[in-house]
Each structure stands twice: as structure tokens, then as C-alpha cells.
Design a protein. Structure first.
Length: 399
């Protein structure tokens, strides 16, 4: 199954849900999708929404939209994902997907049963499926015929089981790295590798179990982290990771810089995707640049691009990094990756709530617009320094 796009209103920081004429905000997924925005704007809510909706498609009971999907919790109650936490608002979600030669195109509006029942699962207010067949359930009115039964976001009928299974398979394939990765331990006991996890805590076990992957990740670190090669030291039923510019100067990675530790699951994840002929995937990476200096951030963009160019899935990246953006623009201008394989979005904060805005990317690498004040800090600081230097006594310059 491939998820092509989602739409939403009345979700988290994004307004709407008071009436069904409000415009949906839409996210179209490309092989590489980058989402930028200021702190607390709602970027994380956007990149985590595809997983929530896939959980709704895969759901096989009356919850409609489970609020915990494979360890990622979206809230304790339905109102926790509703704009403003208001029980009377009715969020709408749209899903566009493909599977087995068919397209899925549906939108569903949900509502809380009432102020005294906010702890109960939501109910369907209206439902419209355009593909693979037409289903149109208007909002409830007096005298309305009994409504269609649902399991999750799909009708109960067994013909929809193939879509449930496909959504479940895509969730199982998904790797989602959150904004705070696990601290590397001084030593590990040898264990069977498990899912990488939201914090990437299984990364060392993955490297121990796959020597080729360990070598490729080590080489990437050496090339892009100022010569700091990553390696594995094996003991008696235990091991640890080390980093250094030579074997003699190598140190336990647990005692190395935070940036090297935080980026490890990100690098491992991308190289593993590129080396593994896995099924269609949709991966999410939040703040891959965490604790890295600017020069080390740009190579991450090349990793994401290499994964995207394989054409087997999508990587959705939430970032604050200007170097990552600039490297992507440069690679588009150089013809390394076509602009239609990259999608850029900015989450803008307005008085009425957050807005998801698409940014067009031209073949020369330029964008068709950019929000004021974003990534302008460097220019402003240099300009301020220049003004201060001119004002210093004896500078020989005047403003």
C-alpha cells in the first residue's frame, strides 16, 4: 500500500471543525517530503498524522481512530486531538492511497458523543468515499435510516479487509524516529535486534547483527563527521560502539559528543533502507539534525535523497535545518533529484491557528516563495555585527 496524501481540519493546532465548509489542509507525500516551521507550530502533529490515519484504516474494532499506534500515543481521549480540545468541534480527515491497482479516496468527519462522554471513542458524523466505490453518508438528521456499521475508518464488510491488511502492513514496515533519540550506553549485552523504535534505541543491536551495515555506517561517519569513524568492539557476550579518528584514539561512543549519538539511528536507518529490498514504506524522521553543527547537517540531506531516488517509498522529515534545505535545493539544481520527487511545506502560525502551506520547488533549485523571517537570522546577525563595528571608536567608518 502507498499513502499518497492526507487532508485535515480541526486537528491539533490546525483550525476548523465548526462546520463542514471549512477548507481542508492537505499534505501530498513525495519520495522526500520536508516540513519546516517555527517551534510549537504543529510540525510534529503533521508528520505524525499519517501514522494515526493508517492506524484508523488498520483498526478492526469500534474505536474508529485508535489513539495509540505501535507505541506512539496521540492523547488519552479523542478531544486531545481536536483543535482547542473542544468536544463540540468535528475534525475531518482525508486519505488518498493506492493498493493492488486500486485507489482509496475517502474523507470522514468525526465527533465526540458529548461533553459527558468525552472519554468514549468518537463517532462518525459524515463519511464520503469516492474510490474505489461511492459511499456518501450525510450528517445525522431526524428520521435518518440506520447508519452503516464501521470497523475503524472502513465499513464492516469483509471486502475491506484487504485495505485493513495493507494499512497494517505499511504500519509494520514504518520506521519512525522521534526528536529525541536514546543515549548510547557504555556497553550492551548481545540480544536479538527488535524494531528500531521511536528513540532508535535498538541501533547498536542492529549494527552488531549486520557487519556490512556496521561498515557502511562507520564509513559514512568517517566521511561526514570530520573523520570520526564508528566501529564496534566485541567482548565476551557484550559489545560497545566506539568512535575515533584512528583505532588508537577511539573512545566509547557513550562518552563522545551528543551529536554523534543522536544522529546514529538516522544514518543507520537511511543506509539500511537503501541496502534492503523491503516493501513499500513510509518513514518519519523528526529533527534529524539534533545537536549537530551546521556543516554536519547537509550530508543528511544527501542520505534522504539517496533513499528517495530508489522510488520504493516515502521519507517524511520534520526539520529546522537550513543546511538540509540548501543541500536539497542544490541537488535539485544539479539535476541529482527531480523537483517533483521533493515536497516542501511550511507550518505557519496565525492568529486563528496553524496553517500548512506548500512551497514550490523549481528545476533550478529556487523556491516559489518563502516565509518572512525564517532562516534570515544569519544575515541579520552579520548585518548587526557590521553596524556595531562601524560604530566602534577608531574604526574610521561612519554609518
Amino acid at each position: 500500500m502507498q499513502l499518497d496524501g492526507i487532508g485535515f481540519r480541526g486537528y491539533k493546532a490546525f483550525p476548523g471543525g465548526d462546520n463542514e465548509t471549512d477548507e481542508l489542509q492537505r499534505l501530498t507525500l513525495a519520495p522526500l517530503t520536508l516540513i519546516f516551521g517555527k517551534n510549537n507550530s504543529g510540525k510534529s502533529a503533521v508528520v505524525r498524522l499519517p501514522r494515526l490515519l493508517l492506524g484508523g484504516l488498520a483498526c478492526d474494532d469500534e474505536r474508529l481512530l485508535p489513539l495509540e499506534i505501535q507505541g506512539v500515543r496521540y492523547g488519552g481521549r479523542f478531544v486531545d486531538i481536536v483543535h482547542g480540545g473542544a468536544f463540540f468541534r468535528r475534525p475531518t480527515f482525508e486519505i488518498l492511497a493506492r493498493h493492488g491497482g486500486e485507489q482509496l479516496d475517502l474523507s470522514v468527519t468525526l465527533y465526540s458523543p458529548g461533553a459527558l462522554a468525552v472519554d468514549k471513542p468518537p463517532q462518525i458524523w459524515s463519511y464520503k468515499m469516492r474510490k474505489p466505490q461511492e459511499i456518501d453518508l450525510p450528517p445525522p438528521t431526524l428520521g435518518l435510516a440506520p447508519r452503516m456499521p464501521f470497523r475503524g475508518l472502513l465499513p464492516v464488510d469483509d471486502q475491506w479487509d484487504r485495505w485493513r491488511e495493507a494499512a497494517s502492513a505499511l504500519l509494520d514496515e514504518m520506521i519512525h524516529l522521534g526528536p529525541m533519540r536514546a543515549v548510547v550506553k557504555p556497553a550492551y549485552t548481545e540480544e536479538q535486534p527488535e524494531r528500531l523504535g521511536l528513540d532508535g534505541g535498538q541501533a547498536p543491536q542492529w549494527l552488531r547483527a549486520n557487519h556490512e551495515l556496521m561498515d557502511k555506517v562507520g564509513s559514512w561517519f568517517e566521511t561526514n563527521m570530520d573523520g570520526w569513524r564508528l566501529s564496534l568492539s566485541q567482548g565476551n557476550e557484550s559489545f560497545y560502539l566506539r568512535a575515533g579518528m584512528s583505532r588508537a584514539m577511539a573512545t566509547n561512543l557513550a562518552y563522545a559528543g551528543e551529536g554523534l549519538q543522536q544522529v546514529l539511528p538516522v544514518v543507520l536507518h537511511q543506509i539500511w533502507r537503501q541496502e534492503t529490498g523491503s516493501a513499500t514504506f513510509l518513514d518519519v524522521v523528526e529533527q534529524p539534525e539534533l545537536h549537530l553543527h551546521a556543516a554536519a547537517q547537509a550530508p543528511l540531506a544527501d542520505l534522504f535523497i539517496d533513499t528517495a531516488l530508489q522510488g520504493r517509498g516515502s521519507v517524511l522529515v520534520e526539520t529546522h535545518s537550513e543546511p538540509i534545505l540548501l543541500r536539497v535545493q542544490r541537488r535539485v539544481a544539479e539535476g541529482v533529484i527531480p523537483p517533483d520527487r521533493v515536497a516542501l511545506y511550511f507550518v505557519d502560525v496565525t492568529a486563528g491557528g496553524s496553517q500548512l502551506r506548500s512551497i514550490g520547488l523549481r528545476p533550478n533549485g529556487e523556491v516559489d516563495w518563502w516565509p518572512d523571517g525564517v532562516f534570515e537570522e544569519d544575515f541579520q546577525e552579520v548585518a548587526a555585527m557590521s553596524r556595531a563595528q562601524r560604530r566602534r571608536p577608531g574604526s574610521g567608518e561612519r554609518e
